[in-house]
Design a binder for this molecule. Structure first.
Ligand SMILES: Cc1cc2nc3c(=O)[nH]c(=O)nc-3n(C[C@H](O)[C@H](O)[C@H](O)COP(=O)(O)O)c2cc1C
Length: 391
């Protein structure tokens, strides 16, 4: 039956071609055919073994925070401004005085060779191609120097404080000597969260993996079997970590200290009082304490606290450019992105990560244009509408 009385058109060869190009090919997608971060997740999960997918994607407890980190963004609706000449737009900014092409940093994530043989090196090259900063985990599968040898943009080093303070001190010195430009101290992990799915499908690190940074810092890891390595590393974390250690860390290094995992306004005030350079509002991507507020809700709670005193970065749940715009509108200097980077890495190595970053950047640019903004400093809360009971 013709629709609305019009005869149906026959599909021509070029229509068919278009259809074929837009169809998912789960086994071998071309990177250009991937349009959205969710599609990267789908392809990565098809490709990786279950224990790795579980380690990358799952969260703590019943995964309430894991889901909320993403869905809390969508509950904020937009009230776009119009007729504001958005013909020329700029996404350029600085993060702790470092010029970057757009306000996104790569979150620190352990064991990136699980996603792709080039692991952290591929991510560093992709971050360099986009002129953005990467944070490298203490538990990277390439050494700190191997990573900096492959990029001209000095990364940040993410530090866990271990019971053995000599090891911690050596790690900081290694990072400094290798040209890192900031120390990201993760403060939400005095002990390891309860990740039920991970406990059911445990990760065994391949025997050829070496946690080179910890070995270089003096930990005798060579004697630990690969099946026990992840548990052993977790047992080294120091649960006695306190604000005194921030002062100790500041005495060790001239590098800026960035606290990752601040969630409570009271802790934000203490961070400011302790002259910390930046904080990352983060619940570790829902991997530590379940049922915390989502990161974007916490950012809203912190409104006004950081103004002119400290840079605030939001981490957790960013899956599209619109999410970045919402975080900037609530006062974030920039956002950090975790899992989408691993999905890009798994699907296409360095090129896959570049494509993930290209998608997020283009989506931010589009969101800005459609909300009436031509530069980042114009973005503000007037375009956001919150549902009842949003903090
Ligand atoms: C596989 C994986 C490994 C991680 N490893 C670390 C780590 O070594 N240190 C750290 O501070 N955070 C680590 N994180 C947390 C991330 O830095 C970040 O907080 C989180 O992934 C952000 O959420 P998102 O994935 O929704 O973007 C890890 C996250 C994932 C998914």
């Amino acid at each position: 039956m013709p629709l609305y009385g019009r005869p149906m058109r026959k599909l021509t060869r070029s229509h068919m071609q278009l259809k074929v190009n837009q169809t998912f090919s789960p086994n071998n997608p071309s990177l250009d055919s991937i349009l959205d971060i969710r599609e990267f997740e789908y392809y990565a999960q098809n490709k990786l073994p279950e224990s790795i997918t579980t380690f990358f994607s799952r969260g703590a407890g019943h995964e309430v925070t894991l889901k909320e980190n993403v869905s809390a963004f969508d509950r904020i609706k937009l009230l776009p401004r119009v007729l504001r000449n958005v013909a020329k737009r700029s996404l350029l900014t600085t993060v702790l005085n470092q010029p970057v092409d757009f306000p996104l940093l790569v979150s620190p994530m352990a064991f990136q060779r699980l996603a792709h043989p080039e692991g952290e090196v591929a991510v560093a090259k992709a971050a360099q191609a986009h002129n953005i900063i990467m944070a490298v985990s203490t538990l990277s599968t390439y050494s700190l120097e191997e990573i900096t040898a492959n990029t001209k943009i000095p990364p940040w080093f993410q530090l866990y404080i271990y019971k053995d303070r000599e090891i911690t001190k050596n790690l900081v010195q290694l990072a400094e000597a290798s040209g890192y430009q900031g120390i990201v101290l993760t403060v939400d992990t005095p002990i390891y969260g309860k990740r039920i799915k991970e406990l059911r499908t445990p990760l065994t690190l391949p025997p050829e993996f070496e946690i080179k940074n910890l070995i270089a810092a003096g930990l005798p890891l060579k004697d630990v079997s690969s099946s026990k390595l992840a548990g052993y590393l977790a047992s080294l974390l120091d649960p006695s970590l306190s604000w005194n250690d921030i002062t100790w860390l500041q005495s060790l290094t001239p590098l800026p200290i960035i606290l990752k995992g601040i969630m409570n306004p009271k802790d934000m005030q203490i961070a400011i009082a302790n002259s910390v350079e930046a904080v990352i509002i983060s619940n570790h991507g829902g991997r530590q304490l379940d049922t915390t507020l989502s990161s974007i809700e916490v950012l809203k709670l912190m409104k006004g606290l950081g103004d002119g005193k400290i840079e605030i970065i939001l981490d957790g749940g960013i899956r599209k450019g619109i999410d970045i715009l919402k975080a900037l509108a609530l006062g974030a200097r920039a956002v950090m992105v975790g899992r989408p980077i691993l999905w890009g890495l798994a699907v296409g190595g360095e090129e896959g990560v570049k494509r993930v970053l290209t998608i997020l950047k283009a989506e931010l640019d589009l969101a800005m244009a459609l909300c009436g903004y031509s530069s980042l400093h114009q973005i503000n809360e007037e375009v956001l509408h919150f549902p009842d009971k949003y903090p």
